[in-house]
Design a protein around this ligand. Structure first.
Ligand code: MRU
Length: 335
């Protein structure tokens, strides 16, 4: 796609080579993972993260188990226990388990990921007004996938089409995926971007400085409810109040047709230290109660459209998402 951002993960001589996202933006360092345990550790510590990347990582994990002669079912259980919200992880694991050759299947998913994101981007780009100011949250870019990105894929496709988008990047407390990863990607791509604290979204919309919001998703229920990084729901409420279009960009592998609505989506809770410290410095009193939910659920009625690789889904999502998946032969392949 573009060598300014290397692939997030790839097979390299029987190992999985991943960008260590914990060290960005300071250093671009690769990690070689040789065992399922090393991969699980990389996932739980956010060296590898983002829903589509987790899907391919899950498939590659089954490939690693096969290469190492480990029982595949046990490897699958360990991989699935790492992070509960992104349904892509379970999807990638299932795809590799069902394949005759899990390594070949994971390579296929990696190639498909980039191709799907580029198609998704081309469907979403026309939604962005020429010269539009887009607000995004967390990182739904190349780093959250194998390459190109979903929400950032839409912005990138608009940029490549000469629509001259500029981007408000919400820093995304507590793990700062917006500041560390999205701002890094956009600067590498030379797409104009301005970093803001998460609390800036309201005032920016109130002063008519946001033309639309585009975010990714970790799991979309069959009715169109969207789980994404904590803070997404608040953004959607603000966007609705200010009549700013709110778009979700995600491949169909993020849609969980077995999940009726957002109340059934498991929400990951992460370590208290992510909230009580910043860069190793303690920022809260010892012993304070902490609630660190990593994701929230945005109800479908706040979502203007869901951008997929097969085209746009519009409300009501229970029919539009199923129609897109069926047209792409996706539902049978998903079952
Ligand atoms: O905790 P993370 O960094 O894995 O959370 C990632 C997100 O919330 C992304 O927005 C989502 O996975 C979509 S990525 C294309």
């Amino acid at each position: 796609v573009s060598d300014v951002i290397p692939p997030t993960l790839a097979w390299k001589r029987g190992h999985i080579r991943v960008i260590d996202q914990r060290l960005l933006p300071g250093q671009l360092v690769f990690l070689d993972l040789a065992t399922v345990d090393e991969l699980c550790e990389a996932i739980t510590t956010l060296a590898v993260r983002g829903a589509p990347a987790l899907g391919v990582a899950g498939a590659m994990g089954i490939g690693l188990a096969a290469l190492n002669g480990e029982p595949l079912e046990a490897a699958a259980a360990r991989l699935l226990a790492t992070r509960p919200t992104a349904v892509n992880l379970a999807w990638g694991v299932a795809r590799a388990l069902a394949a005759e050759d899990p390594v070949a299947e994971s390579k296929r998913l990696a190639v498909e990921d980039v191709e799907r994101n580029m198609r998704l981007g081309s469907h979403g780009a026309p939604l962005l007004p020429v010269g539009g100011r887009v607000y995004t949250h967390c990182n739904a870019g190349s780093l959250a996938c194998v390459g190109y990105g979903t929400a950032l894929g839409v912005i990138r496709a608009a940029h490549e089409a000469g629509r001259e988008p500029s981007v408000w990047v919400g820093e995304t407390r507590p793990a700062l995926q917006g500041a560390r990863l999205t701002a890094w990607e956009l600067s590498r791509l030379r797409i104009p971007a301005t970093l803001v604290t998460d609390s800036m979204a309201g005032p920016l919309m109130a002063s008519f400085e946001v033309d639309c919001v585009v975010v990714g998703a970790d799991r979309i229920a069959a009715n169109g409810d969207v789980a994404n990084k904590i803070g997404t729901y608040g953004l959607a409420v603000l966007a609705h109040h200010h009549r700013v279009p709110f778009y979700v960009a995600a491949p169909l592998s993020t849609v969980d047709f077995d999940c009726h609505d957002g109340t059934r989506i498991p929400i990951e809770r992460r370590a208290r230290e992510e909230v009580t410290s910043l860069g190793g410095v303690t920022t809260a009193p010892e012993g304070v109660e902490v609630d660190n939910r990593a994701f929230d659920v945005t109800p479908a009625d706040l979502v203007s459209a869901i951008i997929t690789e097969e085209g746009l889904a519009r409300p009501p999502y229970s029919t539009s998402l199923a129609d897109l998946a069926e047209a792409a032969g996706y539902l049978s392949d998903h079952d």
